[in-house]
Design a protein around this ligand. Structure first.
Ligand SMILES: NC(=O)c1ccc[n+]([C@@H]2O[C@H](COP(=O)([O-])OP(=O)(O)OC[C@H]3O[C@@H](n4cnc5c(N)ncnc54)[C@H](OP(=O)(O)O)[C@@H]3O)[C@@H](O)[C@H]2O)c1
Length: 209
């Protein structure tokens, strides 16, 4: 699968390297793609501008600060027929008013806001709730040893594709439900940053429901 990474830091860099190692075609991007070349070269991936990555990927991973989402959406335009994985989290201290607004707005989830900026894409929320060091260190496990990665989304086919991308790098997808259920793994929510093995994560979700 062709995966365009927008924002290639802790989360985007780690995931892109894993996916490249798992045999996927990866393009890393940021505002400074030249800086990404050594990382990309080490795993046989490409680098490009944000626009290049948006065109390249059938699946786009969005792993930038939440406060930059609108700017990037305006920069790249529509992502029609593509799957957008939203890994971002709103932190007012870092991301400013837009993050505070989605936190205060009971009608809109953080990923709901992101999805609105990319009409035409199938937006799936995933990788928001796992610490990047866990993502780096606990990859390529199997069975019950796998750490859970919470995922939600409205389009079942797109969600299935993202589940396969989670499994391809040795994590266990934990399907929380439709996009609105993402509040369960936003910052300060019960499933946020728990980094549990799949069995414990399922038990916790069961207790919460
Ligand atoms: N760190 C974690 O453990 C963790 C876990 C789950 C989710 N998240 C969320 O994932 C997102 C990324 O976090 P991170 O820790 O990976 O951040 P990070 O290490 O600071 O990486 C951010 C990346 O985004 C790029 N970037 C920033 N502004 C951009 C713009 N306007 N256009 C294009 N690229 C831009 C940066 O590169 P340039 O500055 O060179 O453009 C960098 O490659 C955040 O929303 C965060 O809350 C983080």
């Amino acid at each position: 699968m062709k995966i365009g990474i927008i924002g290639s830091g802790n989360i985007g860099g780690t995931l892109g390297q894993h996916w490249a190692k798992a045999g996927h075609e990866v393009m890393f991007s940021s505002r400074n793609p030249e800086d990404l070349k050594p990382m990309a070269k080490a795993v046989g991936a490409k680098t490009g501008t944000v626009e290049n990555a948006a065109v390249f990927g059938d699946v786009i991973l969005l792993a930038i600060p939440f406060g930059k989402v609108l700017e990037v959406a305006q920069q790249i335009g529509r992502l029609d027929h593509k799957i957008l994985i939203d890994a971002t989290n709103p932190y007012p201290q870092r991301d400013g008013d837009v993050a505070q607004r989605v936190i205060d707005d009971r009608e809109q989830t953080a990923t709901g806001y992101v999805a609105e900026q990319f009409p035409g894409a199938q937006t799936i929320k995933a990788f928001n709730s796992i610490y990047y060091k866990v993502l780096a260190d606990q990859a390529f496990q199997s069975g019950d040893d796998r750490v859970a990665v919470q995922i939600c989304g409205d389009d079942l086919q797109a969600k299935q594709t993202v589940k396969q991308l989670i499994e391809a790098i040795g994590f266990a997808p934990q399907d929380i439900g439709d996009l609105s259920s993402g509040t369960l793994f936003e910052p300060n929510a019960p499933l946020y940053n728990q980094n549990l093995k799949i069995g414990d994560a399922l038990t916790l979700l069961h207790q919460l429901r």
